[in-house]
Every structure is written in structure tokens, then in C-alpha cells.
Design a protein around this ligand. Structure first.
Ligand SMILES: NC(=O)c1ccc[n+]([C@@H]2O[C@H](COP(=O)([O-])OP(=O)(O)OC[C@H]3O[C@@H](n4cnc5c(N)ncnc54)[C@H](O)[C@@H]3O)[C@@H](O)[C@H]2O)c1
Length: 268
């Protein structure tokens, strides 16, 4: 593992670190010297990414659990503290949407999406911040919101509302935790080519057969039709670089921000 090593001696937790954007963040932290806890619902994915980190000479712990369940979060934090004795960085990345027109959304759909994308940020952050304060750590929290949290995407009202909530929660916690020396920021990715978005693409093709030849063709159409200024989809590594910046001492004077990583699609 070579290059800049801003996280030597630091411990980072990445929720949903087993795939897509979370995986890229975990690998980036590890490349820069952090020990990385990968907390994911899927055992094979969590262990796969922890294995990738170790294969490159890094230190990683895979923990299987659900970000919406306090008992899973408790045992994850307990295991991280037992293994490393500190937590410096938390990235609340686990999340995802579901295309459902407003009138089709049932109460349980609403609860599932809002719990996964917003309540999880509350639960994980509260538990980790308690640990940071107890050990006098000047920590960094980075929440993965979305372009949809600023400019709602058609057909996903619960997801858009939850991601807007993540931005508001980020700002509220930035104010409240500033006196503890803990910075809280958000990143709002745009269209990013991940296994999760490819799954969404396949569902779109089933719902609208003939709308594109395949997922690659659909992604090219998205870039054209949305007129993404930088002319391409995002890569998970594009998001990971900005998360690493916000988690580093380079961003010590930043808190309460929601940074777009959208190729210029969103500018506010
Ligand atoms: N891909 C995009 O275009 C895009 C755009 C904007 C925002 N985002 C956000 O970025 C984040 C990551 O998205 P992605 O596209 O990399 O997703 P992904 O589906 O590729 O990966 C998500 C990971 O989270 C894990 N996960 C899901 N539910 C979980 C739970 N309850 N507890 C623990 N782990 C869980 C999954 O097992 C998976 O490994 C999400 O919050 C998503 O809303 C993605």
C-alpha cells in the first residue's frame, strides 16, 4: 500500500462497505493507512472486501449486521473497540432506494426505506459518537446522502425524503458536536456505476422493455438525457476520494457541508 497515508494509526468504520461506493471508501482508507471495519448485511461481501484490504497489506475487520438494528450496531462497535481500542472515522454509507410511485407506497415500504437511509445514520452515529467522546477522539463523521436529497428523483419519494433528512441531520449534528471536536459532513453522489445501481438498471429494463439494449446502454442514455456536464457516470472511486478528504485533517475547518459529487449535474 503506497501513496499518501493520511490515516496512519486511525480506525474507520464503513457501513455497507461490502459493495460499490462503500467498498471503494474502505479500500481508499486502507490504502492511506487506516484500519477499516467493514459493517455489512452480506457476509460474503463484507469478508470479500476485508480480504481485498488484507491482500494489499492493510488491516481490516469484517462484521456482519444490519444498520437499522441497534443490537447489531452495539455488537459491531463492541467488536471494533475490542480489536482496535478506538474509532476515529464513521462513514454512514449503507443505503439504497426503490422505484415506487407515491400512490403505491405502503407504510411498511416507507418505513423500510426511511429506516435504511435515515434512521440508520441516527443509530450508528449516536453509538459511535458516544465512544469518540468517552475516549477524547476528535472524530470525523461522513454521511452518504444523494443528489436525490437535493433534487428529488421521479418515482422515489421516500428515498428522496430520507436523503434530504440525512443532509438536515448532518447539519444539526455538525452544530451540536462541534464543541466535542467532531466534524460531520455529507457527500451527495450523482449517478454512480455500482452493483446497486446496476441492479436498479436491470429492474428499469424489466419495467420498460425496449427502453435500452442493456444496462450499459441505459447508463449512456442517462448521461445524455440528464446532460451531465462531465459527460460520464460517476465511479465509486470518485466518491471515495471526496469522502477521504472530508475524513482527513485537510477538512478540519469544514463541518455541516453537503458536497456534490455529480459530475456537475447538481451545483447547489
Ligand atoms: N450508486 C448511486 O448512483 C448512488 C447515488 C447517490 C447515492 N448513493 C448512495 O450511496 C450509498 C451506497 O450505494 P451503492 O450504489 O454503492 O450501493 P450497493 O447496493 O452497491 O452497496 C450497498 C451495500 O450496503 C449493504 N447494505 C444494504 N442494506 C444494509 C443494511 N441494512 N445494513 C448493513 N449493510 C447494508 C449491501 O449489502 C451492500 O454491500 C447508498 O447510501 C446510496 O443511497 C448511491
Amino acid at each position: 500500500m503506497c501513496g499518501e497515508r493520511r490515516f496512519e494509526g486511525k480506525v474507520a468504520i464503513v457501513t455497507g462497505g461490502g459493495s460499490g461506493i462503500g467498498r471503494a471508501i474502505a479500500l481508499r482508507f486502507a490504502r492511506e493507512g487506516a484500519s477499516v471495519v467493514i459493517f455489512d448485511l452480506a457476509k460474503d461481501r463484507a469478508e470479500g472486501v476485508a480480504g481485498e484490504v488484507r491482500a494489499h497489506g492493510g488491516i481490516s475487520l469484517a462484521i456482519v449486521g444490519d444498520v437499522t438494528k441497534i443490537e447489531d450496531i452495539e455488537s459491531m462497535v463492541g467488536a471494533a473497540m475490542k480489536e482496535f481500542g478506538r474509532i476515529d472515522i464513521l462513514v454512514n454509507n449503507a443505503g439504497g432506494g426503490e422505484v415506487q410511485p407515491f400512490l403505491d407506497i405502503k407504510e411498511e415500504d416507507w418505513d423500510r426505506i426511511v429506516d435504511l437511509n435515515l434512521k440508520s445514520v441516527f443509530l450508528c452515529t449516536q453509538r459511535v459518537v458516544r465512544e469518540m467522546i468517552k475516549h477524547g477522539i476528535k472524530g470525523k463523521i461522513v454521511n452518504i446522502s444523494s443528489y436525490a436529497g437535493k433534487c428529488p428523483v421521479l418515482g422515489e419519494p421516500h428515498y428522496s425524503a430520507a436523503k434530504a433528512g440525512v443532509i438536515a441531520l448532518t447539519q444539526a449534528l455538525a452544530k451540536e458536536l462541534a464543541e466535542c471536536g467532531i466534524n460531520v459532513n455529507a457527500v451527495c453522489p450523482g449517478w454512480t456505476d455500482t452493483p446497486g445501481l446496476r441492479r436498479w438498471g436491470r429492474i428499469q429494463l424489466e419495467r420498460f422493455p425496449g427502453s435500452a439494449r442493456d444496462v450499459d446502454d441505459l447508463f449512456e442514455k442517462i448521461v445524455r438525457e440528464h446532460r451531465i456536464p462531465l459527460g460520464r457516470m460517476g465511479k465509486p472511486e470518485d466518491v471515495a476520494g471526496v469522502v477521504a478528504f472530508l475524513a482527513s485533517s485537510d477538512a478540519d475547518y469544514m463541518t455541516g457541508q453537503a458536497i456534490n459529487v455529480t459530475g456537475g449535474l447538481e451545483m447547489r
